[in-house]
Design a binder for this molecule. Structure first.
Ligand SMILES: Cc1cc2nc3c(=O)[nH]c(=O)nc-3n(C[C@H](O)[C@H](O)[C@H](O)COP(=O)(O)O)c2cc1C
Length: 336
């Protein structure tokens, strides 16, 4: 697939995932075959106010490239300023969020709120395209609610405004993340525009990743919740086919990456939501969950898992025998 000047290999994209899609997770998914990933939703005001901040707002590893940065804005002037601030980070793509359903976001007319103002959405896109040397894309939903679905109209206007591609999450704002994603509606967008359309919604395994592309005819597909605790999706492997020791080994590697990235305390806390997804469905997972939620160090978390979920030496050594120095070297250079 080609997004403007960016040529991408065949394969799944990793969706922007606020709270999950940080640099360690993106790097892991990229190393396992995700062809493009995104720094999740960054509000324009956060970027514009950030000059003297203590901690950088956006960080990523060189090994993640190509990387998109997703902006949240409804203001054609501010989008130009925000793009100027993030361009030194060398994103491959700037993506405009037009789908976030959160109340505090849509109340300000941003995210999915922009779907109620298609002309303004197109103005923001045109302003972004006018100033960006890299392709600009949008991630939309089907509309505000079931009676005001306007995905085709929005997609056409965004294409006319210069969008290089559009990702369609096949739900409305009022659905949030409930119900089935409507792949037929994604197909309507694909037929209505000539830029690439990326299909998103309800990809959980290899079969659904293939089915969404087959049924919509889209150029590519983007996995979101289905990739959490399951980066093997990007290798086109289903979780049940991944041997337990490998599953626990990748879990441990991801934890070490998180600790190397954030430091011990924050790294462990931020990994807790991932670990429950990694062990989901495994024997003993429910019983160990509360203990994992209280682990303060990587060693404590891994020992708990080794004691309660590893049935043999291979599984134990996958959890406890990771070479952290090697992982640190492998993670490579950080950009901020
Ligand atoms: C925890 C979480 C965080 C998300 N963060 C973002 C975000 O920052 N930007 C965005 O465009 N979509 C975000 N999404 C939406 C996903 O990218 C995706 O569109 C949605 O989950 C539908 O795909 P799925 O059914 O395969 O999960 C988020 C979804 C979840 C569950």
């Amino acid at each position: 697939m080609r997004i403007g000047s960016l040529e991408l290999a065949d394969g799944l994209l990793l969706a922007p995932l606020d709270g999950f899609g940080d640099a360690p997770f993106r790097l892991l998914c990229r190393s396992m075959g995700a062809v493009l990933s995104y720094v999740p939703i960054v509000p324009d005001d956060a970027i514009l106010a950030r000059r003297r901040a203590r901690r950088p707002l956006i960080t990523y590893y060189v090994g993640e490239r190509p990387l998109g940065i997703q902006l949240l804005t409804r203001d054609p002037d501010r989008v130009v300023k925000a793009i100027a601030r993030v361009l030194p980070l060398q994103p491959a793509v700037i993506d405009l969020n037009m789908g976030c359903p959160a109340r505090k976001v849509v109340q300000g007319g941003r995210g999915a709120g922009l779907l109620r103002e298609p002309e303004l959405a197109a103005e923001v896109m045109a302003a972004a395209v006018g100033c960006s040397p890299v392709p600009v894309t949008a991630k939309i939903r089907l509309g505000w609610d079931d009676v005001t679905r306007n995905h085709v109209e929005v997609a056409r206007l965004l294409e006319q405004a210069g969008a290089a591609a559009i990702c369609v999450h096949g739900r409305t704002r009022s659905q949030a993340y409930q119900g089935r994603a409507d792949w037929a509606a994604i197909c309507e967008v694909r037929k209505a525009v000539s830029i690439p359309v990326i299909a998103n919604g309800d990809i959980y395994d290899v079969a659904s990743a293939d089915a969404i592309v087959d049924s919509t005819g889209c150029a590519a597909a983007m996995a979101a919740r289905g990739a959490i605790g399951n980066p093997w999706l990007f290798q086109r492997r289903d979780l049940f086919a991944v041997p337990l020791a490998e599953r626990l080994g990748v879990l441990a590697k991801h934890l070490h990456m998180s600790v190397l990235h954030y430091g011990e305390r924050r790294g462990v806390v931020s990994f807790r939501k991932h670990v429950v997804q990694y062990i989901k469905g495994l024997p003993g997972a429910a019983a160990v969950r509360t203990q994992l939620m209280h682990a303060q160090t990587a060693a404590a978390l891994l020992t708990t898992l080794a004691e309660q979920m590893a049935p043999d030496d291979r599984a134990r050594s996958a959890l406890l025998g990771q070479d952290v120095t090697e992982i640190k070297q492998w993670m490579g250079e950080l950009c901020a």
